[in-house]
Design a protein around this ligand. Structure first.
Ligand code: PMP
Length: 460
């Protein structure tokens, strides 16, 4: 039980005020206002409490960002210390400050040695905006200004701002506000749905070679970069076949196209490696980071550049015409430092690799392999997806799969569990500090939600 933050206000009070003044993310606001949002008031570890005192296991670590879980006093203390010492200064007037310098030192001590510089932002979307301009600047400096098309993937997600939406492949987002010129998309490596009769290996190569075809169609001299998430997050936690990334890398190198990994979800330990591209074994030229950089305690993102790119920008580029008021914000940097040190020094990332990650994956496979609704289980470390299907041998999906996964998600909430529904998949990404007990709670509540869904469908 927890007390409401403000005992003079009831949940209904909060809901009414929220409905009066607040537009939420990715929702029909009118429908939400009629229903009333949950009002979360407290978090501890993997658990959240709403204003009614109901407890939830957060199987999504917020928006796959609270890598250290809720309630970390050390992160709060790091923010407080920095707020008291130097709450703000900018990067504009030939100035820096210890927090951002030390954050970079720490970050590059973890990253492979072919990365050397970062540009800090406040979010993943902004980091991808910066990516678009920085990549184009890079080719301009090298005397190839026509090399500016950015290739993303259908059903990829890179943010909600104009450029990051164009880079992403969410058609319904493109419809709101329009597309931009010089963006192109290729298909996603979603074998379960699109693989047909091909083996996963064959389909991985086929999906990667769509990039080659697109580069040849556009002309390699016009293509600046290929941008993708190592595994798709918002698109449904889709893990590409093992053959995919090596072939993508081969193509990018062959046609002199930059390979840019969006590590906003995959970064900072999610797969058991510090960065997801390390799990898949490829070497991107840039990394977009956010979320786990501060465990979501304070907004911060960034764009990490390879030495090769940074050298061009720094040594040959002259004035870099970009800057954000809050780039490298000292309080965000101080929290990021405390967060990364905790992930490293408490062995959190290695625990995901060696213990909690394999345990989650094993439990999911044990519990759901024979489940009447589940056709495939994908994942590694502390990220996983359950693909629902109507008929397993043919991989036939339910015609109304989004209604079914949405219903499962709602039942989850009733049972005190937060997992996400994306297309025909139930997806989860708990905080990296999950204990075996937390994982057992996550898996058993997910089973409860899926069993109840199957019962309603007459399949159990
Ligand atoms: N890239 C990826 C892969 C993401 O998942 C997200 C957010 N879910 C973003 C970028 C955008 O980050 P933000 O919401 O911080 O702008």
């Amino acid at each position: 039980m927890t007390l409401p933050q403000n005992p003079t206000r009831t949940t209904r009070d909060y809901q009414a005020l929220d409905a009066a003044h607040h537009i939420h993310a990715f929702v029909d606001q009118k429908a939400l206002n009629a229903e009333g949002p949950r009002v979360m008031v407290r978090g501890e570890g993997l658990h959240l409490w709403d204003n009614e005192g109901k407890r939830y296991l957060d199987g999504m670590s917020g928006l796959w960002c609270t890598n250290l879980g809720y309630g970390r006093k050390d992160l709060a203390a790091a923010a407080t210390r920095q707020l008291e010492r130097l709450p703000y200064y900018n990067m504009f007037f030939h100035t820096t400050h210890p927090a951002v310098v030390e954050l970079s030192e720490l970050l590059f001590s973890l990253l492979p040695s072919h990365y050397s510089h970062a540009i800090y932002t406040n979010s993943g979307s902004e980091a991808n905006e910066v990516l678009i301009r920085t990549v184009r600047r890079y080719w301009q400096i090298l005397g190839k200004p026509q090399k500016k098309v950015m290739i993303g993937r259908w059903n990829g997600y890179h943010g909600s701002t104009l450029g990051s939406t164009a880079l992403g492949g969410m058609g319904f987002m493109h419809e709101m506000g329009g597309m931009l010129p010089d963006f192109a998309h290729i298909g996603e490596p979603y074998w379960y749905v699109q693989g047909g009769e091909l083996t996963e290996e064959e389909f991985g190569l086929k999906a990667a070679r769509e990039l080659e075809a697109k580069i040849l169609e556009l002309g390699a001299d016009n293509v600046a970069a290929f941008v993708a998430e190592p595994f798709q997050g918002a698109g449904g936690m889709i893990f590409p076949p093992a053959s995919y990334w090596a072939e993508i890398q081969r193509i990018c190198r062959q046609y002199d196209v930059l390979l840019c990994a969006d590590e906003v979800i995959g970064g900072f330990g999610r797969t058991g490696e510090w960065f997801a591209h390390q799990h898949f074994g490829f070497q991107p030229d840039t990394l977009t980071i956010a979320k786990g950089l501060t465990s979501g305690y304070i907004p911060m993102g960034g764009l990490v550049l390879s030495k090769r790119m940074a050298e061009v920008l720094v040594e040959q580029g002259g004035v870099f015409a970009h800057g954000l008021t809050y780039s490298g914000h000292p309080v965000a940097a101080a929290v990021a430092i405390a967060n990364i040190k905790a992930l490293r020094d408490e062995g959190v990332v290695s625990q995901v690799k060696n213990d909690s990650g394999p345990y989650l994956q094993q439990c999911l496979r044990q519990v759901f392999e024979g489940h009447p609704l589940v056709g495939e289980i994908q994942g590694t470390g502390l990220v996983a997806a359950l693909q629902l299907c109507e008929d397993k041998p043919s991989r036939k999906r339910f015609a109304n799969e989004t209604d079914i996964t949405w219903r499962c998600r709602t039942i989850g909430f009733e049972e005190g569990l937060i997992i996400r529904a994306t297309g025909g998949r139930m997806i989860m990404a708990p905080a990296l500090v999950a204990t075996r007990g937390d994982i057992e709670e996550l898996v058993s509540k997910t089973k409860l939600a899926l069993d109840r869904t199957a019962q309603e469908l007459g399949r159990l």
